[in-house]
Design a protein around this ligand. Structure first.
Ligand code: DX5
Ligand code: ZN
Length: 233
């Protein structure tokens, strides 16, 4: 399937998006190529501004380098920044395919969605664990993807917050077939089955993929192709 269509069609099994936050930045291109060769569906880029979250990570130039190295891979940019409107166009120009902004950030969700579509990208809206599900329900319609955070954003390697599964089920019941439901944070072989059961069809994982020896086995297990603890097929 072309990368343009990847987020528009309900997958038979969840898509798996390695977050490059837990990769070795000194060999990032090679790690990204390896994880795609191992069966990943797309790459997730965690962009942090040191203000919306207490960490600094990557900007458009890194996205541009990945686009040049991996021309056919869908690049999913997760903006954990206070002013997302300033960064949609720079990431579009750098070759991103998709941008997700946070409900808790500055700006009207509908305006940010329109700006993302105008830049030629698909658009996502994220909500943090403390944010009530009622706050996002009025904004679902124009978005191509909703991202439920299952950790408080800022760092890889945190523990999954199971309370978010209930609001995930509520959101899953409101989405159309052409809208994806992504979950991000603390997803590993133990927590992934609950994410899938709650209706997620796009699973982000950093540590549970990049901190393992066998990327293919890790991806297959998260996707549900094999059960945790058994060897991948
Ligand atoms: C958290 C980021 C996540 C993070 C996930 O702020 O948005 O994408 O990298 O890391 P793991 O999978 O290690 O929890
Ligand atoms: Zn993320």
């Amino acid at each position: 399937m072309s990368r343009d269509a990847l987020l528009k069609v309900r997958p038979a099994r969840p898509l798996v998006a390695p977050s490059i936050l837990a990769a070795d930045f000194a060999t990032l291109g090679e790690e990204c190529r390896a994880v795609m060769d191992a069966g990943a569906d797309l790459l997730h880029l965690d962009v942090m501004d040191g203000h919306f979250v207490p960490n600094l990570t990557m900007g458009p130039d890194l996205c541009r380098s990945l686009r040049e190295t991996l021309p056919d891979v869908l690049l999913d940019v997760h903006l954990m920044v206070t002013h997302p409107a300033d960064f949609i166009r720079p990431f579009a120009d750098a070759g991103a395919d998709h941008v997700t902004v946070h409900l808790e950030a500055e700006g009207e969700p509908e305006a940010l969605c329109a700006a993302t579509h105008a830049a030629g990208l698909t658009a996502g809206l994220a909500l943090n664990p403390p944010t009530d599900v009622e706050a996002i329900l009025p904004h679902l319609d124009p978005f191509d993807l909703i991202l439920v955070m299952s950790v408080n954003p800022g760092f890889a390697g945190q523990s999954f917050i199971p309370d978010v599964l209930e609001k995930t089920r509520v959101i899953a019941g409101r989405l159309r077939d052409d809208q994806r439901l992504e979950m991000d944070g603390g997803i590993d072989p133990r927590t992934a089955p609950d994410c899938r059961t709650a209706g997620c069809d796009l699973l982000v994982a950093a540590s549970a993929i990049f901190k393992t020896e066998d990327y293919g086995a890790a991806i297959a297990t998260l996707r549900g192709s094999v059960e945790a603890g058994t060897r991948s097929g």
